[in-house]
Design a protein around this ligand. Structure first.
Ligand code: SF4
Ligand code: MG
Length: 333
């Protein structure tokens, strides 16, 4: 598969200001040296505890915030560079759906106008844009005659999320970033919206980045999964491989934290315990070493490498599976 999006060494540190002069006293290292590829037509899942940087990655991909460093290439064109793709064009081709479905819709606007709003701003005549909006309502499973003129407060959470999906589709995007997009929904509604997303992906030739703390949902929808911890990627690989053969102790602990479907199922790994350390001053070496049951002295002094993209489909940043570090015992064995 061809890459649609390539990100290299993306970095975002948020300054913390203090004192009456508001001097920068520290930085939150929200995203550190993150490199990955999203292939055309795939769904890349991003998982991790809250604060791991997954939402910051999403906002960086959309350029809602600017990175401190790094390269972003969309369909072969460098973002924001002369001769590349402009940020405005990127924000049309990449759309985003957030968790908070209510606040992203204008409460004083009938939903069909909300869907038509973007295309109108980009020059589509109003009548045409509203006509397309009503077609999109049908595509997301809402009868336009019944729902087109309604206001957000007249809709359920699931219906509002369908409107947000239609609003994203109205821009004819190549890619949609879904940031906890189904997390606020009841389980049955969530399943319906997930099925809808799968169907739309096929019919509109879309590529998804699907961010969630819900590992079960991510497994269901994703082709590949990327696991983040304290601003870094710790593991990336095909979804099935990650879920059945996770290599990184953090991924294993995360998976062990899920409620077991079968209560008799034996746990091989302890669930991840406590809160992640402060991203203002992350632990040295492997950032997971303060919580890792397999940590060795080298883990505190040397940061493990994820390895280069293209080397292997499944990569984890852990010394214990890196023969070059001298710790050749594989914890997976
Ligand atoms: Fe644990 Fe060390 Fe691997 Fe980090 S590098 S995950 S501390 S074993
Ligand atoms: Mg988030």
């Amino acid at each position: 598969q061809q890459p649609l999006l390539v990100v290299r060494n993306l970095r975002k540190h948020f300054p913390i200001r203090s004192g009456i002069l508001g001097r920068v006293s520290a930085h939150v290292r929200a995203v550190d040296n993150v490199s990955f590829t999203v292939r055309k037509g795939e769904t890349l899942g991003i998982v991790g505890e809250s604060g791991c940087g997954k939402s910051t990655v999403a906002r960086l991909l959309m350029r809602l915030i600017n990175p401190d460093a790094g390269e972003q290439i969309f369909d072969g064109d460098a973002v924001g560079e002369h001769g590349g793709i402009s940020v405005a064009d990127l924000r049309r081709q990449v759309q985003m759906v957030f968790q908070d479905s209510a606040s992203s819709l204008n409460p004083r606007m009938p939903v069909q106008n909300s869907i038509a709003f973007g295309p109108i701003a980009f020059g589509t005549p109003r009548v045409e844009a509203v006509g397309q909006a009503r077609e999109l309502l049908t595509r997301v499973g809402l009868n336009p005659a019944l729902f087109g003129g309604r206001y957000p407060h007249e809709l359920s959470g699931g219906q509002k999320q369908r409107i947000n999906i239609a609003r994203a589709l109205a821009m004819q995007p190549r890619m949609i970033i879904l940031d906890e997009a189904v997390s606020a929904l009841d389980k049955s509604v969530e399943a319906q919206v997930l099925n809808l997303l799968q169907a739309l992906k096929r019919s509109f030739n879309l590529t998804y980045v699907f961010i969630s703390h819900d590992l079960g949902v991510v497994r269901w929808i994703s082709d590949r999964v990327m696991v983040m911890y304290l601003g870094e990627i710790v593991e990336i690989g095909p979804a099935d491989t990650i879920y059945t053969g996770a290599r990184h102790p953090y991924t294993r602990a995360l998976l062990a934290s899920r409620p077991a479907l079968d209560p008799d199922q034996r746990r091989e790994e302890a669930p991840v315990s406590g809160d992640p350390p402060n991203p203002i001053n992350p632990p040295s070496g492997c950032r997971f070493h303060t919580r890792c049951p397999h940590a060795e002295p080298v883990c505190a002094s040397r940061a493990p490498s994820l390895g280069a993209e293209g080397e292997q489909a499944h990569r984890a940043a852990c010394h214990m599976q890196d023969p070059a570090s001298g710790h050749s015992q594989a914890i997976a064995a």
